[in-house]
Design a protein around this ligand. Sequence first.
Ligand SMILES: [Zn+2]
Length: 279
Amino acid sequence: MAQNRRGCGCAVVVAILFLAIIFALWYFIFRSREAPLPPPSGNELQVHVLDVGQGDSILIISPEGKAVLVDAGDTGRGRAVVEALRRHNVAEIDLLIATHAHADHIGAADEVIRAVSVRRVLDSGVRPPTRDDSAANQNNANGRNANGRARATRGGGREVTLPTTRAYEDYLTAVRERVANADENYINAEPGQRFDLGGGAVITVLAPMEPYFTRDQLRSGGNEPNANSVVVRLEYGRFSMLLTGDAEAHACWTGNYPTQITREAETQWSREHEPVPTD
Ligand SMILES: [Zn+2]
C-alpha cells in the first residue's frame, strides 16, 4: 500500500510538472509574439528630416495625415520647425517624442508646443544631469516620477542651471501649460507601447527600459541622457525605420537593450556610423 501511495504521488508530481512546462511554453510563445501590423493603406507615409542645424527634428506624416514630431532641434530653432510644419500643412502634432533631455533635441520643444497644437507628448522622464555629477547620477538612475517627473537634486547636491537644464525646464513648463489633459497625454516611454498612426503606420517604443543607464555603466565618454534615449521603430507595411535619439553604440552593448533592438541597432549603426564595438 505504501508503495502504491508513493507511486500515486509521483504521478501527480509528473502531471504538475507536465502542465507547468506546457503553460511556460504557451506563455513564452504567446508573449513573445507581437501583435500583427495593420495592413498598409497604400497612401504615402512621409518622413522629413528637418534642417535645424545642430540636433534633430524629424517629422513623420502618416498615410492618414497624423503628424509625429521626433525632437524639435536646439534652443532658438523653433521658428524653423514651425515653418516646416506649416509647409507640410501640419495643424496639429498628434505625438511629440522628446527622445532625451539635451538642448539640441528639446531646446525648441517649448517654442513648438506654444506655436502648434500638440495632442500627446512622449519622453523617458529622465532629466538632464547638473554639474553635481553624483547627485545627477542618483537622479538619473531613479529620475522618473508620475507627475512633475523633474525631481530636485537630492543628497544636498548643488544645483546649477545649465543650458540643457533650462531647456528641459522650459519644455516641461510648456507641456504643463499647453498640452490638454497633461496627466494622461504626457506619457512615460515604456518598451512595447504602440502608437497607431492610422493607414497601417505604427510606432513601437523599444527603449529606454529600467533600470536606466548610469554614468558608471558607460565607458569612454558616454552620457546617461543619450544612453537613455527614447528609441522607437516606425513601421508601415514592409518599411521600417529605427529612430534612436542619441542612444550610443556602446550603450547598446551593455545589456539593457532587448535582443531585438540590439540587432536593429547593429545594422543601423554599422551602416551609418562608426563600426559597432565588439567588446
Ligand atoms: Zn544628446
